[in-house]
Design a protein around this ligand. Structure first.
Ligand SMILES: [Zn+2]
Length: 342
């Protein structure tokens, strides 16, 4: 049964404007807001964030805070203050040695920054939980990703990662992706999220953690290798409560959506978590609106616990808005109302 229907929401500034938007979400069958809090929001709009969370609660919506695009380590279009303020602690290309515009989440500098961001918001805003939104290494990304493109280069080859690798394995980090490098990347990628999730639960054990990874094949021939493609390792993390996989473009074959959905539910069940599937509620829309109903039916039939969509109003007014953004939003809303709690 679908127990929660979520929509992401950004551009939060004024409580009274958020209130009107929250009412519109309620009318669209939404039960849970994924509140995308940027580094700028945290730095500048902090006083209003708790008030916005309070208002959502008052209207009967659950709230999960999404550190949207934080350090450009998480998915998202907005800019990163961490990268602006730090010329070091960036991910480094293994092939060229160039510093990249992605925070290295294996450095203590970023780990401290991220943990402080989340624990501060937990204490001040009192959300229902946190949402880890497509965390990833910069490279590579495979053809199974909606963001697409095969790549040979990989990260992170920064001084901190190289030292940690050598300390652990007893030899210098290779420049090509060996099995040790893969294992190192998977293990280190989970440390930052596990540590922060643990710290959040120490503040309030009821804080719920969703980890949302890219919806990829991860098969024998194709894998993303962006750090969270080993779903067993992600699912086994004891501090995560919900195993979630991100959107599939509407243009992808139904079998792909079905395969991702089945594997998501299987991993969630295997590790005693709730499962969540995302719908593409921005950028693209299906040729036939009935596809939304059909994919929602697939999720229900396969035993998904939660549905979520990116984003409020179909991205209306942004460069990633769907062609008929408001129609897409309404169609998702109709589906939410049709399936939630049934
Ligand atoms: Zn690094």
């Amino acid at each position: 049964m679908i127990t929660q229907t979520s929509i992401s929401y950004y551009g939060l500034n004024y409580v009274e404007h958020a209130e009107a938007d929250f009412k519109e979400m309620k009318a669209h069958g939404v039960t849970q807001v994924i509140l995308a809090v940027t580094e700028f929001d945290f730095d500048f709009w902090r006083p209003n964030i708790p008030a916005i969370v309070d208002k959502a609660h008052e209207l009967g919506l659950r709230v999960l805070i999404d550190p949207w695009g934080n350090g450009k380590y998480f998915g998202g279009e907005q800019v990163s203050k961490f990268l602006q303020d730090n010329v070091e602690n960036r991910q480094v290309s293994a092939l060229t040695g160039e510093k990249l515009p992605y925070a290295c989440f294996n450095t203590n500098s970023y780990r401290d920054y991220f943990k402080n961001f989340c624990t501060t918001l937990a204490r001040e805003a009192k959300p229902d939980g946190f949402f880890w939104d497509e965390p990833h290494y910069a490279f590579p990304k495979g053809i199974a990703s909606i963001t697409g493109g095969v790549a040979d280069d990989w990260t992170c080859y920064c001084p901190v990662c190289r030292k940690r690798f050598e300390d652990y394995y007893g030899y210098p980090m290779p420049k090509y992706m060996t099995n040790d490098v893969k294992q190192f990347r998977w293990r280190e990628a989970l440390v930052v999220l596990a540590d922060t999730s643990k710290a959040l639960k120490e503040i309030d054990p009821k804080l719920e953690i969703t980890c949302c990874v890219h919806a990829t094949q991860n098969g024998y021939y194709v894998s993303e290798y962006r750090g969270y493609d080993n779903w067993d390792m992600v699912g086994a993390c004891p501090y995560f409560d919900v195993f979630s996989t991100t959107i599939c473009n509407w243009a992808l074959p139904e079998d792909f959506f079905l395969d991702i959905t089945r594997r998501t539910v299987a991993i969630a069940k295997k590790y005693g978590k709730k499962s969540e599937r995302w719908l593409m509620g921005y950028y693209k829309q299906p040729k036939d609106w009935k596809q939304v109903d059909h994919w929602v039916d697939i999720a229900v039939k396969e035993g998904v616990d939660r549905l979520a969509a990116w984003t409020y109003r179909g991205g209306y007014g942004t460069v990633v808005g769907a062609p008929d953004a408001l129609k897409l939003w309404d169609t998702i809303g109709e589906n939410y109302k049709r399936v939630v709690g049934r």
